[in-house]
Design a protein around this ligand. Sequence first.
Ligand SMILES: [Ca+2]
Ligand SMILES: [Ca+2]
Ligand SMILES: [Ca+2]
Ligand SMILES: [Ca+2]
Length: 430
Amino acid sequence: MVPISSTVSMAHRRHGSGIAVSTPRRTSLACFLACVGLAASSASAQYSEGFVWNRMADWTPRPPTDAGTSNGNPDDDSTGRPCWEYRYTVNDPNAGGLGSSVPWYTVATNKSVWDSSWFGSEAVWARSNDVNPPISSSLLTHTFFSGNGPYVPVILWRYPGSCPVRVSFYGELTLVWSGLDAQQNTGPIDVIVARRAASGALTLVFSDTYARPTNPPSDNLTIPVNVDGVAIAPGDVVLVSCRSRIWLGSNWSNMLDDGLSIQVTRSPALVDQPPADTSTCPTGAVSFAVSPLGAGPFDYQWQFNDPVSGWTDLSDGALYIAGSLTCGTINGASLANMQVSLDCEATPQELSGAEFRCVVSSSCGTETSDSATLTICPGDLNCDGFVNGDDYDAFASAFEAGDLAADFNHDGFVNGDDYDAFASAFEAGC
Ligand SMILES: [Ca+2]
Ligand SMILES: [Ca+2]
Ligand SMILES: [Ca+2]
Ligand SMILES: [Ca+2]
């Protein structure tokens, strides 16, 4: 255990070390305040594109009567929904740093309690009154004394929305190597921003191990963060934490996270995986699939980018191109998985490169997936995925016999034009 006297001493020095808050963080806070107007409607708990969570801006002090309790933990965002939860990992002999089999942020956490005065200074969430690890409005601290640093602060951001979104994590984090023997606090620091899905699956959004700067020497290191497109569904949690790797002397490492913001960049986000590009032969069959994000039920509407009329809703049955030419059969135009069986009257080149996409809807709204491209390999006559001598032989024998199977340009005649067209498709390969 950390001696109380050491803890007191640490705390006074911690604030005496004078961590500067840089201008860019102030600027991002101002930007945040300007963006609050984009707040979501409170009825549906749906957050609009542009909405920003910033822990410092959302920080709500508790009344002194809440000291020693976890009232108000989690703290709420600017719409009044609880989301910022203050915790710490409990000593676990198996817990290690990034890359270990049991990294610290995967270990069970306990809720912190309100301490309205951290050794006479600012308010924090902590293990108990003046007991490490503290988390203030702007930073979290991993403290260690004589090789003992078993309590690591962990911030949990619990997504308070009822509909899935995609978010960006942007801004900066600043590490500060501090302590009574700060010259000994030279060890690297692990930093994580991780997403924990409702299923319990953990994904690192942002993580690395940072060495204390030596050239030039500095106690501070600012880390830019810019990760976009992270899918967040109801029940998901984001963990933010830092942990020193080497525990020497009576020291602590701070991470300022007030410059880190989470912004909604897509709302609602209903498409988890868009359809994939695919290729086939002129008489082949392919499927396009989209997987949804969050809870259903979902409606699906597949679309085709028609060369004449643009994006057009598909329905089961014949696939038309340019309004009239039948190019095959659609099955599952309103399902998550759609099959396209090709049989083009037109030359298959007219459909090659065609784009398909899916409009996914739920009670949260609508999202259109990215499009997938269908590539048709005209020279692959026997549909085995390759263009080789077998295809050449198949064409040559049909051509010799005057069989319409050799009518490569689909004009109703078998002649030299077909031979030339097949020859160039053969050259091109798949
Ligand atoms: Ca708040
Ligand atoms: Ca206190
Ligand atoms: Ca072939
Ligand atoms: Ca022909």
